[in-house]
Design a binder for this molecule. Structure first.
Ligand SMILES: *Cc1c(COP(=O)(O)O)cnc(C)c1O
Length: 393
């Protein structure tokens, strides 16, 4: 990238991100280009936000139309699109109501607040899971049971209890008369594409019902078609009381939502919660266009097809490449756990024009777009496999 851009960042941008020395200028589908004219195949587009690929035409069109008409009005008014968006989400999930915000962390803050409001005042504890990730605001960071994210920022918010992911006995032990809610990702994303054992979500539902707890599913990463269902929980016969969404919700535009049942929703009384930009005209139009694009293109079916493709290419690596420890795939969530640090693999892939991610040090993570072609899938897998095969530990 140009030295001038590097200098602007050095001088003027808070250094809280580990950034690659690459400046991206354009994207289309599963491709992005940098300011030197280099092209990349992006199997981690937008950190999970660009599930429809870069600059999906229906989203571009919806946003262009909307910005010329009405950019923002506060939630003291009605806008038809926000209501219609809420109904579309409700019809595709558990028939409840939506609160709109701008990010995953914000959606989770709303969920935490609502769970506490909905339960008796002496119930405030929220059970969350080790290795989980819920965002960076204080409530969401506290809900995130990973010590590395808590270092030096205490005191954290009171009332969170952490248990091992997948361990129902530990959840039962953790419940007491002060417990208000259980909050979980149906599949841990940032935690390394960790898929819980069969029956885990159903077990959480049983525990929640037995103790009158609010069951919150954080589907910020797993939702909106990522797993080949509208929402990951739909692969089980379990329904949450609250579900949070963001990332790919608006086809790459910033947006978040908390959905909850019609019986819980009134606990968030007028004046108790707000997000100034939540459900704004641009996000609402983009959110509606996202749902329409997925349905018109039968893209949920395409996710399941692409899942099979990734399985065919990547699952055999457990046998054929010594540093590959485990391959975990659900829809378009792909995790390749290595015996070694994944950072140099990501760097080598980038040199070869392929963008992927590494999380938890040793898990290569792919969150590809639904519009990936078979040829792109092959191209990406071939580069990745070649890099893994030639990696010298
Ligand atoms: C990314 C993510 C969040 C945080 O979303 P932001 O939009 O960055 O606040 C929360 N939960 C899960 C599961 C995520 O993957």
């Amino acid at each position: 990238m140009s030295p001038a851009t590097a200098e602007l960042f050095d001088q003027s941008v808070v250094p809280n991100y580990g950034r690659y020395p690459v400046c991206l200028v354009r994207g289309e589908g599963s491709r992005v280009w940098d300011d030197q004219g280099r092209q990349y195949l992006d199997l981690f587009p937008g950190w999970g936000c660009n599930l429809l690929g870069h600059c999906p035409p229906p989203i571009v069109q919806a946003v262009q139309e909307q910005v010329a008409e009405l950019i923002h009005v506060p939630n003291t008014w009605h806008i038809e699109s926000q209501g219609r968006w809420a109904k579309l989400l409700s019809d595709r999930s558990f028939g409840g109501k939506a609160f709109f915000c701008n990010s995953g962390a914000e959606a989770n803050e709303a969920a935490i607040k609502l769970a506490r409001l909905h339960t008796p005042e002496d119930r405030f504890k929220i059970i969350t899971f080790q290795g989980g990730f819920h965002g960076r605001t204080y409530g969401a960071t506290t809900a995130t049971a990973q010590p590395k994210y808590h270092e030096g920022i205490g005191p954290l918010m009171a009332g969170f209890v952490y248990v091992p992911f997948g361990d129902l006995a530990a959840v039962r032990d953790a419940v007491d008369e002060e417990t208000a809610a259980i909050m979980v990702e149906p599949i841990q994303g940032e935690g390394g594409i960790r898929i819980p054992p069969d029956g885990f979500l159903a077990g959480l539902r049983e525990i929640a019902d037995a103790h009158d707890l609010v069951l919150i599913f954080d589907e910020v990463q797993t939702g909106c078609g990522r797993t080949g269902h509208w929402f990951a929980y739909q692969d089980s016969d379990v329904t949450p009381d609250i579900m949070t969404l963001a990332k790919s919700l608006c086809g790459g535009i910033a947006g978040g939502a908390m959905l909850t049942t019609a019986s819980i929703a009134p606990s968030l009384r007028p004046g108790m919660h707000a997000a100034t930009f939540g459900g704004n005209p641009i996000a609402a139009r983009a959110g509606i266009a996202t749902i329409e694009m997925i349905e018109e293109g039968n893209l949920l079916d395409r996710v399941r097809e692409l899942e099979q493709g990734f399985r065919t290419w990547l699952e055999p690596l457990i046998e054929t490449i010594a540093i590959v420890k485990e391959v975990r795939i659900c829809g378009l969530m792909v995790g390749i756990e290595l015996q070694v640090d994944g950072t140099p693999i990501v760097a080598e892939c980038m040199k070869r024009g392929l963008l992927i991610n590494c999380t938890q040090q040793t898990v290569l993570r792919l969150l590809p777009a639904m519009i990936l072609s078979d040829a792109e899938l092959q191209e990406g897998c071939e580069i990745l496999i070649d890099v893994l095969q030639n990696h010298i530990t």
